[in-house]
Design a protein around this ligand. Structure first.
Ligand SMILES: [Zn+2]
Length: 376
């Protein structure tokens, strides 16, 4: 069985996801379902290994009632973070905790067959060392460094991924892996991961990735919003006011052409990558520090429009350039507060991402969890 439970077990399973053991009576109360329905669903979940008996509750007279709890290692999730020049693969349990991982250098430009074969190989190796099989997978979540059409999981005109346009990632991985395959862009999975690990109780959050490119993931009402096709949050190609720099997308003045690591590095000596810029800033280089702060202001100006539209309570700044520390954040804050109405910024926090490398892997696992545990 590749799906978790069957239609209808979801409501009972969701009540147990917090790890608390519960009795049948408690599950009936909480779900509002009939006793026979709850009993049947518990039986199905126990048969699938997703729920296990967990001792007995205190007796109120007569035989003490049995309790049941969620079994987070009944199945595993394969999470893959495919970057421009690296591949990270992890096994997680059904609460998204990373059990084991591996990372290797890999160029996305080698094309989908080479890269996705590497995902399968790395996944199988992790399963072997965990003494589990492909059939134990509840699903696979994959993050790719380019636009992904949400309904099909196919990359859509990805600028740095030659050979990947419209490639059927889901079909390729499903040939060798059990369970559903979910694909999303890297910024969305980082937003999901950061939200799940650090801000689970925050309803409205904007995650902004500042690296070679610039993009955002939108969490609204506690859920990731992808828009009609999956392009929501692609703020890197909003025009930065007053700019005419040519962007790789063909337009002029895009935020990405003005404030990304690549754009900043083009104006600095001794810098070509985010890491070079971060090192210059950390070494106290004034020109680099000012360039990063100005990039922060440009990003903040575009984010001020997003704040007016979405009214988030937290803006998380991640991606490799966020390691440059306070200068980027200071520039972003400066522009947002100057351009937003007081009500929208009263409780707004603008912070650096905390979950780091794990955010993408956690987010890829979250794609599967949300599909599997909330669908039924
Ligand atoms: Zn552009």
């Amino acid at each position: 069985m590749s799906d978790l439970g069957t239609a209808g077990t979801g409501a009972v399973l969701r009540l147990l996801l917090d790890g608390q053991p519960r009795t049948r009576a408690e599950l009936i109360d909480l779900s509002g379902l009939a006793r026979s329905t709850v009993t049947g669903r518990i039986e199905e979940l126990v048969a699938a290994g997703l729920v296990v008996p967990s001792g007995e509750a205190a007796s109120t007279g007569g035989r003490p009632p049995a309790r049941f709890r969620f079994n987070p290692t009944a199945r595993l999730i394969l999470a893959a973070d495919v970057g421009a020049t690296h591949l990270s693969v992890a096994l997680t349990n059904l609460t998204g905790d990373i059990l084991d991982r591996s990372t290797m250098p890999l160029n996305i430009a080698e094309g989908p067959e080479a890269v996705l074969s590497a995902v399968v190989r790395a996944g199988r190796a992790l399963l072997r060392s965990a003494r589990r099989s492909v059939e134990d997978l509840a699903g696979t979540g994959v993050g790719l460094p380019g636009p992904v059409e949400h309904s099909t999981g196919r990359p859509n005109h990805p600028p740095i991924m030659p050979g990947w346009d419209s490639y059927d990632v889901v079909e390729r991985l499903s040939r060798e892996l059990a369970g559903p395959v979910l694909v999303d862009n890297d910024v969305n999975i980082m937003a999901l991961g950061e939200h799940a690990t650090e801000y689970a109780d925050v309803e409205h959050l904007l995650f902004v990735k500042v690296a070679t490119g610039i993009g955002a993931g939108v969490i609204s009402g506690g859920r990731l919003h992808r828009g009609a096709q999956g392009a929501a949050g692609d703020i890197g190609h909003i025009q930065a006011p007053g700019h005419t720099e040519r962007c790789r997308c063909g337009n002029i003045g895009c935020l990405e052409a003005v404030a990304s690591a690549a754009a900043i590095a083009a104006h600095l000596e001794n810098a070509t990558t985010s890491r070079d810029i971060v090192e210059l800033v950390r070494a106290g280089n004034t020109i680099a520090t000012q360039a990063v702060r100005q990039a922060g202001r440009e990003i903040g100006t575009v984010l001020a429009a997003c704040v007016s539209l979405l009214n988030p309570s937290v803006i998380v700044v991640g991606g490799s350039l966020s390691q440059a520390g306070d200068s980027l954040l200071a520039g972003i804050r400066e522009a947002i507060y100057a351009r937003s109405l007081p009500l929208a910024t009263t409780d707004l926090r603008v912070v650096t991402a905390r979950s780091g490398q794990d955010a993408a892997l956690r987010g890829a696992a979250t794609l599967v969890l949300q599909h599997q545990l909330t669908a039924n």
